[in-house]
Design a protein around this ligand. Sequence first.
Ligand SMILES: [Fe+2]
Ligand SMILES: [Fe+2]
Length: 197
Amino acid sequence: MSNCIHCGPAVDVSNASQLGDAGPRRAWVDHPNYPAQVLLLGSHDGFRRLSRYLVGMAAERPRGWRAKAELLYRYWHQGMRGHEGYEEYKLYPYLARRHGTSMASLKDDHEEMHALRDQVYAAFEGGTDDALQDSLARYDALLVAHLAREEATVIPLLLDLPSREFERYTRSSIDELLASMPPCEPTADASPGAQAR
Ligand SMILES: [Fe+2]
Ligand SMILES: [Fe+2]
């Protein structure tokens, strides 16, 4: 089970009370490599919780909420940079090469998220409370959609790796991993909804 700083601890989703509306997770629990080969979910659950908390704070607007929300948002996004960097630098390239596919649409999501994140920063710096609430809600909507797409794309591919290969993936650099694999032209984007976008 991974406790990678970028992926977060793998969560035990076998407890039905933790599943919430994350329907696809129910199918992963039955995989023989679950939960040993699950990455990302621990961090993702934290991102969803924090984003929802900030949206709620912007709706209720308790005393001093803007300063507290800004501190939390900026701190969160320092960590977000590392999380997305890990995905783009190691996880996506490995799984894309391994499975002969493309994860470009997930990377595109990150770009769109950065644009919405910058709108939140701008609203913190000079926008009205309503503008800040709207920008946090827009970021949250894309975050939730991206995390669902990413999990639906990545988790089944991770679970299907032979255990020894997964171990090697976690221990090796991306340069070592790619050097040991045959070159492969991406044929299709593996992420759900990629065709429609
Ligand atoms: Fe992620
Ligand atoms: Fe991501």
